[in-house]
Design a protein around this ligand. Sequence first.
Ligand SMILES: [Zn+2]
Length: 243
Amino acid sequence: MTPQAVREWVREARRIVVLTGAGMSAESGVPTFRDAQSGLWANFRPEELATEQAFRAHPSMVWEWYALRREMIAKVAPNAGHLAIAAFQQRHPGRLAVVTQNVDGLHQRAGSPGVLALHGNIADDRWLDAPRACCDAQAPEAGTPPRCATCGNLRRPAVVWFGEMLPAAELEAAGEAAARCELMLVVGTSGLVYPAAGLARSTRGRVVIVNPGATDLDDAADALLAGTAAALLPLLLDEERNP
Ligand SMILES: [Zn+2]
C-alpha cells in the first residue's frame, strides 16, 4: 500500500482516530524515562520513583525528579507530525480524534483540541487524595509539591504511575472513538502496550500502521507504511501537499 492510497482513505473518512505512542515524539527528541536517570538520580530506577507509594513516602524527592523531567520536556517542540495532525483538525473540526499514550503534551502544544491522553500529561498536576472543601494549593517552598495548608493534601503529577489504572473517562471516550471511526492511524507504537492493541483490534474501520519497523499489530492492519511520524503524517494529512 502506498501513502497515496492512504491519502485517499483519509479524504473519504468522516471519522478518523490517530493513536500515538512513543515513536510519535521521536523526532522531537523527547527524553525517555532513562534519560532522567543521571547525576543525583542514577541510583534510582523509574519504577522506584513513578509510583504512589514512592510519592507518599518521599514526596519532595519524587516531585524534584518530575521537575527535572518537566524541564527536559519543556525544551523540546512538536514535530511536523504533531503539526500536521493539529492543522488537519483545524481545517476539519470534529473529524479527527487524537488518542495518545504519550505524557509529553506535544499534541496539546501543537494545538490539537480534546486530546485523549491515556497516561496523563506531565505538565499537569492533580490532588493526591480526593479533594475536600478545604483544599486549596499553597505555593510550595522550592523543591516541594504544593499542598493544602489545612489538611496537608498534596498536588501530584497528573500522569499514570506504575500500578495505577488508566483514567476511566479517557479510556471510555477512546473506546467509543475507535468503535465509530472509519480510519485509524496507529503511529509510533509497538502495539504491545495496553490499550493500543485493543483499540486497534476493536475498530471496524481501516487500520493503517505508521512506524519505521514492524509492530505487534501489523496483522490487524489494512496498510503498513514504513517511516516516521514526522515524515509520513504531513504526506497523509496535508491535502495541499503533492505526494
Ligand atoms: Zn485540604
